[in-house]
Design a protein around this ligand. Structure first.
Ligand SMILES: [Zn+2]
Length: 330
């Protein structure tokens, strides 16, 4: 199994905070409150969605809006109750992703290109290792998150066929029927699941659907937020990245690994290539004048860009960044 490190430049503080992300947070929290107040919505109690450990053996992670647990067995963070998947899908379809507030079309499209090149490089790493050329990619739902995604893929993906399966609230259903049908019809080499595992009600069902309907040997590339990240360890539910409705399950490395292996997948690669942890934490500790966390308050008070860069590399190397990537094989 491989654990690559992605040496990269640090993002600017202005790109990780500000009005744009605050506004998005308010929109999602408003949607969650409306969902909680809707008496027709049924909520299902659950145990740890990653390793299955009972919720009674977990710790409280947060209580704002609704209870979130931190699994004592695998460190995964999860909402104690979730609604049905079709409810979540209809909600997302009703509030489609918009262009970032305040960003120009060019800025947004450059950000998508940067993101896409990172994904292409990631897939290319696996291309060299296996015996199978990874020509056909099935991109599940990410184009519905990111309005400029399809255009960036169109400009930059020369050698691979890229099929988008956007969110379709009517076709998906509780069992991801749209995904099952696409896998049977097109037999892709790669299934790309970006920013989806943390948003769906039953992530195990999503991976089980792929396992049941994709040909043996298919590679599934998963990118998601990571519960082992330093930001969640230090700031908990107060972390700027924690938006409850978008983080119904924040997997730990061991949690996602145990789920994948339980479903019969082989784990090929694990990494946490996040770029933002050090900058987010730096900003937090500089703003929160009263915070006095042993070691870290002093660390960030004295940190310059070089030290933040070193910390970010350390987090990647030790699988402690806030973004995880898995490659698993059916
Ligand atoms: Zn667990």
């Amino acid at each position: 199994m491989q654990t690559p490190v992605f040496l990269d430049h640090l993002p600017d503080a202005s790109s990780v905070s500000g009005r744009k992300s605050e506004r998005y947070r308010h929109i999602r929290n408003k949607a969650l409150i409306e969902l909680l107040m809707d008496e027709d919505v049924a909520w299902v109690e659950r145990d740890c969605p990653a390793c299955g450990a009972p919720a009674t053996e977990s710790q409280t992670f947060g209580q704002v809006f609704m209870p979130f647990q931190r699994c004592s067995g695998c460190n995964t963070i999860y909402a104690r109750r979730v609604p049905d998947q079709p409810v979540l899908d209809r909600l997302r379809a009703a509030h489609p992703a918009a262009r970032s507030e305040g960003a120009t079309e060019d800025e947004d499209s450059q950000a998508r290109e940067f993101e896409f090149i990172s994904i292409l490089n990631w897939i290319s790493l696996s291309d060299g290792r296996g015996d199978r050329r990874l020509r056909k990619v099935l991109d599940y739902r990410y184009s519905s998150h990111a309005p400029d995604w399809e255009a960036a893929v169109g400009r930059l993906s020369q050698s691979r066929s890229w099929q988008f399966l956007p969110l379709d609230a009517d076709a998906a259903g509780a069992d991801f029927a749209d995904l099952a049908a696409a896998l049977k019809a097109d037999a892709p080499d790669v299934v790309l699941i970006q920013a989806e595992m943390d948003r769906v009600a039953h992530p195990e069902k999503l991976l089980a659907t792929i396992k049941a309907n994709a040909p043996k040997g298919t590679l599934v590339f998963i990118a998601s937020s990571c519960a082992d990240g330093l930001e969640y360890e230090l700031l908990g539910a107060g972390s700027p990245s924690f938006i409850p409705l978008d983080r119904l399950a924040v997997f730990s490395i061991s949690g996602l690994r145990s789920m994948a292996e339980r479903l019969g997948y082989t784990v090929r690669e694990v990494s946490t290539p996040g770029r933002r942890d050090a900058v987010i934490l730096d900003q937090h500790f500089r703003q929160a004048a009263n915070t006095n966390v042993p070691f870290w308050s002093g660390f960030f008070r004295d940190a310059d860009r070089n030290r933040l860069y070193d910390l970010q590399i350390l987090l990647q190397r030790s699988l402690r960044s806030g973004l995880l990537r898995f490659v698993i094989q059916t």
